[in-house]
Ligand binder design. Sequence first.
Ligand SMILES: NCc1[nH]cc(CCC(=O)O)c1CC(=O)O
Length: 326
Amino acid sequence: MTDIPGFVERTLRIGTRSSPMALVQAGHVADLLRSRVPGLATQTVPITASGDTWTGSLTEAGGKGLFVKDVDLRLQQGEVDVAVHCLKDVPGDQPLPDGLVFAATPPRADPLDVLLVPEASTAASLADLPHGAAVATSSVRRRAQLLAQRPDLRTPEVRGAVGTRLEKLDGLRDGLEADAMVLAKAGLLRLGLTHRIRYEFPPTEMLPAVGAGVLAVHCRHDDDAVLAMLRLIDDPRTHAEATAERSMLQGLDGHCNSPVAGHCTTDDTGRLTLHGMVFTPDGRHTAHTQLGAPSAESAADLGTRACTELLRGGARAIIDVSAPGG
Ligand SMILES: NCc1[nH]cc(CCC(=O)O)c1CC(=O)O
């Protein structure tokens, strides 16, 4: 495994966003690669994405894809050799820039969403929050599922890195009055902040985002040395789950911040189960599907079938209700 051609003298440059969470993710991929490729030198290259400095609405700025695109463009231009992304942030409705491939994913982190409260609050779940309480989130998927359980809640927007959001929740920074906040457990795990978790939403209460907890490692399609290396850190089970969830999302042709959820799991026999859901922004109308497939080989087909089921259940009209400006 040491004799990956082309990498004797080369340092692997790992492109990433510059947020604390993104830097941890890039470091994790670097550690995995160095453990598989003895003698490999790596260098993390933080890239300030236009999304990081934009303070307006994400929809206006061209969607979440901004965070990913800037790093991928550097990869395309040859300034870095791989790009590490949260798969969740990779748009489902746009192809990767020319010449790039999703080459590998390390094992998935917990994909669930969790509830956090200000340090001084004693609330232990949504049920403890008063009528009309404010639960901060910027995700239409989380908002819809919060409102489905508690239509009385207000759901103010919150942006910024996870640490910044927590400081806002705790009142250490201006700009937010909220009784609680919903974040991804995976991000808190990476930042060592799981002690702030008050409640974990089971998938029956809040179905996770497509690709939640999954890191996507992109490289150039013709970079054989890097492709060979990335193959060594790919987790086939995570890859299959991600493939199923993403193929469902792609078939739905949602816009960049669609209220879509998708959660694929694998049992001990290798059998896949995919849950998919779409929501209106108020959470009052949904389409839902749950389908299985015997093995990882049929992951893409599983996603396509789930998409067909959702469309049959009225997903198109549900998604269009929440389209920007619609
Ligand atoms: N949209 C931001 C984002 N992208 C990925 C994660 C968390 C890590 C993951 O789910 O992979 C987060 C933070 C959050 O949603 O709380």
